[in-house]
Ligand binder design. Structure first.
Ligand code: NAP
Length: 308
């Protein structure tokens, strides 16, 4: 079994920032990447809201730069997935990937969250070609275009309202005739002259050759189907935190987000968490970077205490 001071699980902005900080503290962190090096941003085509890049950058480029910077100071990145952990007996903690087993004095969890998918034909193939799960990331590219938003919660309305800055028309497709979203957002959406609602309807298929061209929707009351021409499909039907691995080991809220204290520590001393796995609210690259930095600083202090 390989012994490590710090293992970071996940390689998105939170994980790579935690790696940079702990590497610069000479702790030679081991980052276990997960199945997608860079996490959610690695599938984001354009990034225009991360400070320091006035001309914008791409998700893959940002991942590469963050990775390079962390590795320059001694972080090691293992392309593998953690399959099993044992945190209940305290430090050192054990982790198993598909290839190896590790012991670690400190663990930083940055495994993120995943947007829920509709799981309809056309969705997967058209991600990044009109299908999006992030209005902040992609809204700008729909300037003057028509988009549909799927969902009836706060996210759907908040993001739908945000999209009116760019889009010509935003049609919200909701599966019921009543919104889940709160009153303030409802009022703002109902009074926007760019937003309209398609009630009692579900998206059955997203259509388009190389980019989104239309959606086929079904009215759940009449069972009637029709096609709506659109340039973009923004899906906000909730996120799920990637916390299955930690069930029964770490405290989480009813939605599965890890609970952390003001020092980014989880319910098990010595296990820290940062980024979307513990943040259902902000979900930005910049906030994940900040949380990754905080978790790293706290992890360093924790190690000093263990060694002292
Ligand atoms: P949410 O509240 O769970 O809403 C998800 C919406 O998607 C619901 O309207 C749901 O329909 C719909 N939906 C779920 N699965 C679907 C499917 N397979 N097909 C079609 N529609 C589907 O998620 P959220 O909007 O992301 O919000 C998550 C949490 O963050 C909430 O607690 C919310 O209040 C909070 N939040 C707050 C703010 C704010 O205060 N400004 C902003 C964003 C989020 P049903 O309604 O029929 O279930």
């Amino acid at each position: 079994m390989q012994k490590e001071d710090i293992v970071i699980i996940g390689s998105g902005p939170a994980g790579l920032t935690a790696a940079l900080y702990t590497a610069r503290a000479n702790l030679r962190p081991l980052v276990i990447s997960g199945n997608q090096l860079g996490g959610q941003i690695s599938i984001t085509s354009e990034v225009e809201n991360y400070p320091g890049f006035p001309d914008g950058t791409t998700g893959p480029e940002l991942v590469e730069l963050m990775q390079k910077q962390a590795e320059k100071f001694g972080a090691r990145i293992l392309i593998d997935e953690v399959a099993e952990v044992e945190f209940r007996n305290g430090s050192p903690f054990t982790l198993k990937t598909y290839g190896d087993s590790f012991e670690a004095d400190v663990v930083i969890i940055t495994v993120g969250a995943s947007p829920k998918r509709l799981e309809v034909p056309g969705e997967e193939a058209l991600i990044g070609r009109g299908v999006s799960y992030c209005a902040t990331c992609d809204g700008f590219f729909f300037r003057g275009k028509d988009v549909v938003v799927v969902g009836g919660g706060d996210s759907a309305l908040e993001e739908g309202i945000f999209l009116t800055r760019f889009a010509n028309q935003v049609q919200v497709i909701h599966r019921r005739d009543e919104l889940r979203a709160g009153e303030t957002l409802k009022k703002r959406a109902f009074t926007s002259d760019k937003i309209s609602f398609i009630w009692d309807s579900v998206v059955e298929e997203i259509l388009g050759e190389n980019k989104v061209e239309a959606v086929r929707i079904r009215n759940v009351k009449t069972e009637g189907t029709r096609e709506i021409a659109t340039d973009g499909v923004f899906i906000f039907i909730g996120h799920y935190p990637n916390s299955d691995l930690f069930q029964g080991q770490l405290e989480m809220d009813e939605r599965g987000y890890l609970i952390t204290d003001e020092h980014m520590m989880t319910s098990v001393p010595g296990i820290f968490a940062a980024g979307e796995i513990q943040d259902p609210v902000f979900r930005q690259i910049a906030t994940s970077v900040g949380q990754g930095c905080s978790a790293a600083l706290m992890a360093e202090r924790w190690l000093e205490r263990l060694e002292g």
